[in-house]
Design a protein around this ligand. Sequence first.
Ligand code: SAH
Length: 467
Amino acid sequence: MQHFPIFLDLSDRRVVLAGGGDAALAKLRLLLRTGARITVHAESPAPEIAAWADAGRLILHRRRFAAGDAGAATLVYGATEDPAEDARVAAIARAEGALVNIVDDLAGSDFLTPAIVDRSPVTIAIGTEGAAPVLARMIKADLEDRLPAALGPLARIGKGFRKLAAALPHGRARRAFWAEYYDTAGPRALARGGEDAVRHSLGDLLDSHLGRAPSAGHVDFVGAGPGDPELLTLKARKALDRADVVIHDRLVPAPVLELARREARIIAAGKQGFGPSVRQDDINALIVEHGRQGLHVVRLKSGDPTVFGRLDEELDAVIGAGLSHAVIPGITAASAAVAALDQSQTRRGRNAEMRLITGHDMQGYAEHDWRALARPGAVAAIYMARKAARFVQGRLLMHGADPATPVSIVENASRPDQRILACDLAGLDATISGTGSGQPAIVLVGLAPREAARSTARLSPQLEALS
Ligand code: SAH
């Protein structure tokens, strides 16, 4: 063990970082989770860094790191992606008494940043002494499973092979090689013929990767679920773990984004019902542009990407650009909302169908088959219902719905701040007007919370009292 793992208390400590590009961003995302006082030196910082500075989360100096800048710093990061400049930073920082890390330079660093699984207060740190960054990511992804016993010898043999693997272009091609080695080729060879077979398999694998055409780029349309990261599918987790770029909508919360590969670029492409938004054409172009660079793009959409997500327009753009793609479904908000009520979406003798409807579309309030929705026993989940609540209520009553029809409003379904409000159709507009307007909510017409859900709601301060 050359590098001894410790857990450093960074609260109120000074941490200085030189650099303003992708390497700096990846480190800052981690450091921002601590209580450190962060200072960044960058002549042309990425917009994210400037935004963090504006938000008071770090101090930004738009000039090079210089003598005197590491005074009283606990840690200094050289993340300029320029070896000569990083070495200059390291020399100054060491002379001023700080511990130094140079991104992607094991020999030039006093300490390494491990791959981190963050489940505060439990934190798992994974280091490979620089032998195999891709291995560290795989362990992070697979921690839920037991660790395969073969990882030790595979990493040792792999480390000895790194010079040869440098024949592959840096980045995605090399990552794909190591991923296949650690994922399938290595463990299989080890099981078949021990360490000698592993050495052989590495040579064969390298030949086959050297013979491959440069990758064409791929887009996964991934359902992020309603917000609870545990409601992601395993396929979604895997896609996030391989992503080069994650383009997400406004409703995908931070705990889900944190599961993306650490080096992945995270791009917010938010759209809001009536608010400020990124145009759909711009989102389509963003996806295609990154796919064309040969990257693995994850288009992360809240809930299920096939439900009120304008998936077809994005699919058309991706298919039109000749990129490969896959749609990975997710748990839609209505499923999470109904589960929160301890109810089911369909019930024998009550409803043999449940409609997913939208409160508004691009033209304004959306019209539906109100007569069918107004029938006794009908159940509908209304998305984007906040602004349309009065309209929906009026339409249903006009078509003969019973004013006493049960209605449940589930705000922030599956998230720590989930709230359930129960009312009847006559009280829908008044009830929803009294709730937080920026929060996503589903209105379930025809469903009341089951008694158990009601009493849990009363006991839990997180769930609002039910009327
Ligand atoms: N594709 C998404 C829906 C996108 S439309 C899905 O399958 O869930 C956006 C609407 O979804 C919001 O206006 C809100 O009505 C609903 N929504 C999304 N996440 C939600 C959540 N966690 N709780 C309640 N409603 C949610």
